[in-house]
Design a protein around this ligand. Structure first.
Ligand code: B3K
Ligand code: ZN
Length: 877
């Protein structure tokens, strides 16, 4: 691949150097203007060592330097150097004050990194390296400074001026302008800096902390959205209480602010005291947001709040430590959601996400350890590995140390490192020291990429009444890591007898155990087992591994009916469905065998009216096309799609009357409690199976969907019906598409759904349809949510994106080229599915490589996209 390697110079973890100078204080003065904003900065530098240094480098990108002074004196041109990467000060004193004034252009900033102007608001995004696009600075997470920020802006378009911390003064400027000064008492790295200016209304509330302090809570949105903030506000209060109760962590400022915007590169950002959020994770009303949207808000609000301790008060030494804050904070938000909702259902969802995003990443050319060793563009490392696998590592530590031990460890971690920039090693050491334990071998998990494969072998001896379990592990090679060490794998397990009961595993009578598989192979023998038993392994998905547990269908079906571990009960059903689907891919087009074992498992769930409906819906859902593909040596795109369609329709058909009864019985008035959410989920699943049961005729099941679409009083039900109709191969949904658009055209988040559902529809003319979506008047290349709604959704429309003639890839690459000039971060992220080319047949491989080459040849290729292409196809570089 012809990529200029200057595009992708690598930064190595081993090259870390402590700062020669600290910046103790920074005062910013910002005159907001969409075209030309002026930023003045006053920085107090303090040398860390007695020996003088030759120069100090300050990061800076796209800044127009207007003035520079040291200790009040204009700097002569021979005492500094400015280039595209920043500013170098020559022969600096031991301590001094540097003042700079620069000009930047927020309206032209479509990359949405640094200060940008979008939707009439001024907003910032500084993680990871956006602050250098605002002013010259040591833009690295170990540079902690006290910030004072004075914002000036026009009163009419920017009545609200916000920054981190407390508002300490405000006043009038001349001619319709005003200012506000904010002070953040907590020293912080620049990536946590934020400022906002705009015409915003606030929903206000208060929270009283465990020590009795009152905190003002404010959610800033457009005036018309004020009524859609209550889920966010309630979730915030629940998260604040939970962190006090579970981790003993209290909020530390007098004010907690959240600002919502439609123009944002990711979900949200944990800036100190002033979170900035994608409006998708703030705004919800029953008419516009689905139950899934509501849950997304709760977990992202909690996630950003939890960062106040895990990320902000204790921050990162360097970006290689990213999982120190992200893995730990994802673990915390998952546990919070498990405590607020059903623990079993939460765990199933978490594992589903891990398997959908992280396992493929770990098995492909973009694989990297949870603590990476090198990067070119750090924004490419906000990955499922750093976040989701990182959270799994913390979860395993929690399992190994136990709840109390883990809490002792985090208490010590906060006590030792509050106010410091630290490493993953510091975290592990705190857990060790608090528990007088040795986690040396566990560290390999952070250093080694790839998903371990665990193989289980069990033998029951009817004479000796013993059950012997042998577990072995191996991890496949990943780029740059040919040899792999064994890792300690906690395997939670039970043995289940023919009555469906867990047997006693030892003389203490424990019926569940955590075995720690540390070596390549280990064996455990359980005595006094009078009856044959079936092993229930990796309960609760106790480790992020693939498990090969050779059970026959009958045993799986039995576990699917009796296992009291919700995750494993689900897993047994999924495994049966997976086997049926894989078998189906062998003979595409023929009528598929609906295995008895699967039938029994599904029937048991369908008949169990006492079960939590949300869990029931999980048990009744089939593995995704992606998951099935992951299990195949060569992903058979079309065969998987057909097999899954066929099985859905068989299950729909076979249990037709049961589904219909469920559909009618589960109807009920809209409410937001867990039970009602579960009932809606199960009811919409029933509708979907009914529609699938006769997908190849268009008869009265689509009428049910049409009726539901029209009559629904909430978005969950309306969207479920809408999706079934739009994605039905024979149904003409033109009128419904128009109706939906007309109703919701003023609600960007709803229109994103309208775009995404169309882009995901596997219809015959899908590609042409997606091309039309890109020229629709509501499509906007500058709004990442909208771009993801079309291009992101398109990549999961497997039969179309992966069309054998390569048309999907070629089209996609053209769009990514275009996007790269507008928003490189989003372009690089969207392009990652192309990195999976090795998993497809030769024809598709060729076409995918061609698409990568098309990207590689792009003029002005961003560093973000260059790195992804380079890693996706290193052989040609
Ligand atoms: N810390 C931010 C992510 C920043 C991504 C920068 N490319 C959100 C979060 O994980 O909470
Ligand atoms: Zn985070």
């Amino acid at each position: 691949m012809m990529i200029n390697s200057e595009n992708t110079p690598l930064i190595h973890r081993s090259d870390y150097q402590p700062l020669a100078y600290r910046i103790t204080e920074i005062a910013l003065d910002v005159h907001l203007d969409p075209e030309n904003t002026e930023v003045s900065a006053r920085l107090h530098f303090l040398r860390q060592n007695p020996e003088p240094v030759k120069e100090i480098h300050l990061d800076g990108e796209g800044l127009e330097l207007l003035e520079i002074r040291r200790d009040g004196q204009l700097l002569s041109e021979n005492s500094y150097v400015v280039n595209g990467a920043g500013l170098t000060l020559l022969n600096p004193e031991a301590d001094f004050v540097l003042e700079t004034r620069v000009r930047i252009h927020p309206a032209a900033n479509s990359a949405l990194s640094g200060l940008y102007h979008a939707g009439g608001q001024f907003l910032t995004q500084c993680e990871a390296e956006g602050f250098r696009r605002i002013t010259y600075y040591q833009d690295r997470p170990d540079c902690l400074a006290k910030f004072t920020v004075t914002l000036h802006g026009p009163k009419d378009t920017c009545p609200v001026l916000l920054a981190n911390g407390n508002c300490v003064a405000q006043g009038e400027d001349a001619q319709g302008f005003h200012w506000a000064r904010w002070e953040d008492p907590y020293p912080k790295p620049a990536y946590l800096f934020a400022m906002v200016g705009g015409d915003l209304a606030a929903m206000r509330d208060t929270f009283t902390t465990q020590s009795g302090r009152q905190v003002a809570l404010e959610i800033y949105v457009a005036e018309r959205d004020l009524g859609a903030c209550s889920q966010a506000m309630e979730s915030l209060k629940r998260a604040m209480r939970w962190d006090e109760e579970v981790y003993g962590r209290e909020y530390d400022l007098d004010r907690y602010m959240i600002v919502a915007t439609d123009s944002f590169n990711m979900g949200a950002m944990e800036n100190k005291g002033l979170n900035i959020f994608n409006s998708k994770y703030v705004l919800a009303s029953p008419e516009t947001a689905t139950d899934t949207d509501y849950q997304g808000i709760e977990s992202v609000i909690a996630h950003e709040y939890f960062h106040n301790w895990t990320g902000n008060r204790v921050t990162l030494r360097d970006w290689f430590q990213l999982s120190l804050k992200e893995g730990l904070t994802v673990f915390r938000d998952q546990e919070f959601s498990a405590d607020m909702n059903s623990r079993g259902v939460q765990r199933i969802g978490d594992v589903r996400r891990l398997r959908a995003a992280q396992f493929p990443e770990d098995a492909g050319p973009l694989a990297h350890p949870v603590r990476p060793d090198a990067y070119s563009e750090i924004n490419n490392f906000y990955t499922a590995t750093v976040y989701e696998k990182g959270a799994e590592l913390v979860r395993m530590l929690h399992t190994l140390l136990g709840k109390e031990g883990f809490r002792r460890g985090t208490d010590l971690y906060f006590e030792r490192h509050d106010g410091h920039a630290v490493t993953i090693e510091d975290f592990v050491e705190a857990l060790e020291d608090a528990n007088h334990t040795d986690l040396s071998r566990f560290r390999t998990w952070y250093a080694q990429a790839g998903t371990p494969l665990v193989k289980a072998q069990g033998v029951y001896d009817p004479k000796a009444h013993t059950y012997t379990l042998t577990l072995s592990q191996s991890t496949p090679a990943t780029p740059g890591q040919a040899h792999k060490e064994p890792v300690p794998i906690p395997v939670r397990m039970a043995l289940i007898n023919t009555q469906g009961e867990k047997t006693a595993l030892d003389s203490r009578g424990d019926r569940e155990k955590v075995l720690v598989l540390e070596e390549a192979t280990q064996t455990w023998t359980f005595t006094e087992q009078p009856d044959p038993v079936i092993p229930s392994l990796l309960r609760g998905f106790s480790a992020p591994v693939r498990l090969e547990n050779p059970l026959d269908d009958q045993s799986r079906s039995f576990l699917a009916c009796v296992d009291d571990d919700p995750f494993n009960r689900w897993e047994s059903t999924q495994e049966l469905a997976l086997q049926a689907l894989l078998a189906g891919t062998q003979n595409p087009g023929t009528v598929q065998h609906f295995p008895d074992a699967l039938e029994r498992a599904l029937a048991a769930t369908l008949q169990d009216g006492a079960m939590d409906p949300a869990f029931r819906a999980e048990l009744l859902s089939l593995p995704s096309e992606d998951y099935v593909g992951e299990q195949m040596a060569v992903i058979a795109v079309d065969a998987i799609h057909q097999a899954r369609d066929a099985l859905l329709s068989q299950i729909g058909h076979h249990f037709h009357d049961t589904w219909l009864n469920l559909y009618h019985d589960l109807a009920g008035a809209y409410a937001r409690d867990g039970l009602s959410i579960g009932r809606r989920r199960l009811r919409n699943m029933a509708l979907s199976y009914l529609v699938y049961s006769d997908r190849h005729r268009e008869d009265d099941m689509t009428l049910h969907a049409r009726q539901q679409y029209v009559q629904a009083d909430n978005m969950t039900d309306r969207l479920a019906a809408f999706q079934l109709l739009v994605q039905h191969p024979l149904h003409d949904a033109e009128d419904i598409l128009m109706d939906f658009y007309q109703k919701w055209q003023d609600y960007p988040l709803v229109i994103d759904k309208w775009f995404a559902i169309q882009a995901m529809a596997p219809r015959a003319d899908a590609l042409r349809h997606v091309q039309h979506l890109l020229v629709h008047s509501a499509f906007d290349w500058k709004v990442p949510n909208r771009v993801r709604a079309v291009l992101g959704a398109f990549t999961v429309n497997h039969t179309v994106f992966h069309a054998a003639d390569g048309s999907g890839y070629a089209f996609f690459a053209e769009q990514i080229r275009r996007l790269d000039d507008i928003n490189p971060q989003t372009a690089a992220r969207l392009a990652t599915p192309l990195s999976r080319w090795q998993r497809y047949d030769e024809v598709r491989q060729k076409a995918m490589i061609q698409a990568l080459q098309l990207l590689a040849a792009k003029p002005h290729l961003s560093r973000d996209l260059a790195e992804v292409i380079q890693r996706a196809y290193p052989s040609g570089a």
